[in-house]
Design a protein around this ligand. Structure first.
Ligand SMILES: Nc1nc2c(ncn2[C@@H]2O[C@H](COP(=O)(O)OP(=O)(O)OP(=O)(O)O)[C@@H](O)[C@H]2O)c(=O)[nH]1
Ligand SMILES: [Mg+2]
Length: 244
């Protein structure tokens, strides 16, 4: 799907430019599970623009990354709680179907929460890594929170929101696995949840229903990511202009 955004700064006034995620462009940079190493990385990457995936273990973060960025970008697990480290990638955007001149953007796959069988040591490490991420990561990183469409708004999701609520990050909420919702009743129940969630969590910008498996709703999530990136670039351009 093509997304059109008018960016007069980058081309002649009024030119319509269509940016998309460049498929298979995501390069794995590193996996970090050590807090000191992660803090050093964050300090070296204060202004990055991109998207971070977070959600309950097994909700389909890695699968959604593959649906959006190209197959085999991230490892999909059969056993929950597999992604225990912070996986960092760089990816590119296409402009009108060809590699754009924009610098690479960042994709971060954060370790899942709510996996019951974690040791004390592991949950301490999760707290440290995620605490550092929310306190120090660039504000230009969109947070993409996934929930399971069949089991939305679980206690662990709410606990996670309590954990991050002081940070008010730009967030989009994606209900994944909608292919598993078989009845209209199930879909209606999910739809009904939206206003309550918007009210409780004001920093959520949009909510989407999607399936990494059937790819339904994936283009809309791609559009949210691309729009976020272009907005961040635009903001920086505006700041630079006003500095002169
Ligand atoms: N039916 C269906 N299954 C899905 C979907 N997305 C992911 N899955 C399955 O859910 C399981 C977990 O997927 P992952 O992508 O590894 O989930 P994750 O959130 O990265 O898991 P952790 O890294 O362990 O936290 C796999 O068996 C996937 O095939 C979806 O949209 N529909
Ligand atoms: Mg994963």
């Amino acid at each position: 799907m093509i997304f059109s955004v008018i960016l007069p700064q980058y081309l002649n006034l009024g030119t319509v430019m269509s940016y998309t995620i460049r498929q298979q462009s995501a390069q794995f940079k590193m996996g970090i599970s050590d807090i000191a190493q992660f803090e050093e990385w964050l300090a070296d990457h204060k202004d990055i623009i991109g998207v971070s995936f977070v959600g309950r273990s097994n909700v389909g973060k890695s699968s959604m990354i593959n649906a959006l960025f190209g197959s085999k970008t991230a490892r999909v697990s059969k056993t929950p709680g597999r992604t225990r480290e912070i996986n960092i990638f760089e990816f590119e955007l296409n402009l009108n179907g060809k590699k754009s001149d924009l610098p690479p953007f960042y994709l971060i796959d954060l370790p899942g929460y709510g996996f019951a069988e974690v040791s004390k040591e592991m949950s301490k490490n999760w707290n440290e890594l995620m605490g550092a991420f929310f306190a120090e990561a660039s504000e230009s990183m969109l947070l993409l929170n996934l929930q399971d469409a069949r089991h939305p708004d679980q206690d662990v999701d709410r606990q996670f929101y309590d954990f991050i609520k002081g940070f008010a990050r730009k967030t989009v909420l994606v209900f994944n696995k909608i292919d598993k919702l078989k009845t209209q009743k199930e879909r209606a129940a999910l739809e009904k949840l939206k206003p309550a969630l918007s009210k409780d969590y004001k920093w959520i910008r949009q909510m989407y229903f999607a399936s990494a498996e059937s790819k339904k709703g994936v283009p809309q999530v791609e559009e949210a990511i691309v729009t976020h990136i272009l907005e961040e670039l635009e903001l920086r351009k505006t700041h630079e202009d006003s500095d002169i």
